[in-house]
Design a protein around this ligand. Sequence first.
Ligand code: NAD
Ligand code: UDP
Length: 352
Amino acid sequence: MTLNTKPATDWYRRAAALYEKGETVQKDTITALVTGGAGFLGSHLCRRLLDEGREVICVDNFYTGRRANIAQLTSHPRFEVIRHDVCFPLYVEVDEIYNLACPASPIHYQIDPVQTAKTSVLGAINMLGLAKRTRAKIFQASTSEVYGDPQVHPQNEDYWGNVNPIGIRSCYDESKRCAETLFFDYRRQHGLQIRVARIFNTYGPYMSADDGRVVSTFILQALQGMDITVFGDGDQTRSFCYVDDLIDAIMRFMEYEEDIPGPLNLGNPEETTIVELAQLIIDLAGSKSRIVHRALPADDPVRRKPDITKARKILDWQPRVDLKQGILKTMEYFDHVLSTVPALHKTASVLA
Ligand code: NAD
Ligand code: UDP
């Protein structure tokens, strides 16, 4: 098999495909590749990139992502889906790469920890190789987990973190740290234009109902009047960012003209305890749910809150949606999902 990797030829192939759909494409249209594009954040990002006029190639192996997340995009003339595992090389012609492929919730990334580490590390190597050949600008979805169970509060980008290298969260935390190393080495060694963002807990519509993340789980439990499962005493904190705010920051970061590689903290600094979150969700749902306590998982970070001074200054950005507004929007989404997919009732009861 001969792989066609010539940019011009590839452009004509894509232009011809669009022409068949009755669309024309400008030669200066930016082509963006989104790995993990069928996931929670990836699907929002694909939608936003299309809105901004990009041609979007969504790459996903559907490990945790879902076709339903991108169902409304598949008929878009500038949207294309490739089923592919980023652990293997990919040959496409692109101008920008957004590397989001990786299971993100503790339940999902712990199912197959070796695959999680492979996805982060081999996925980074393959996407960086692609960026090197195409000279594409490349974004990495890193994570607040690189700070582990932080001893500095709030966390700023200069903090090197406190990560257990051999625990149950390590497959995710350490492989994301290694991916950051690779991004910075490719920049030093090959002059790549990189953008590394450390994303803090983000929530919103299109989260997967079965990933066990705290916001989706509590909302599903509250909407169904089930017990709200707080792990430990619930005094641990997180800072939750609404998805639209995060996507806005990612777009600004990639579009920033000057060479700012990051790492840049992206998140909402509004810190809340998990038990406060549970109570807020019960109140907003007008639910009769009770709070029950379950064992705290190993290595669960005690406190987490981003210092976003750098992002505020560089991107002229700050989150706009407060927790209450964001929870209401997310609740509306899950309310709709529950009314259309009765099987979800089972999912939430397993979590309880
Ligand atoms: P998600 O699980 O909804 O999305 C991940 C996507 O990657 C899924 O569509 C999945 O099928 C795909 N994927 C997994 N392994 C793959 C592989 N080997 N090849 C191709 N595709 C693969 O998670 P998300 O919340 O959308 O997170 C997206 C990215 O953002 C992840 O890299 C995650 O580490 C990062 N992040 C997310 C958060 C958050 O709060 N949502 C916080 C920090 C970092
Ligand atoms: N959590 C909880 N009940 C749940 C799910 C999660 O109390 O049903 C807690 C979890 O122990 C953690 C916090 O909520 O302290 C955030 O968990 P999540 O899995 O959403 O994200 P992460 O721990 O990766 O920040």
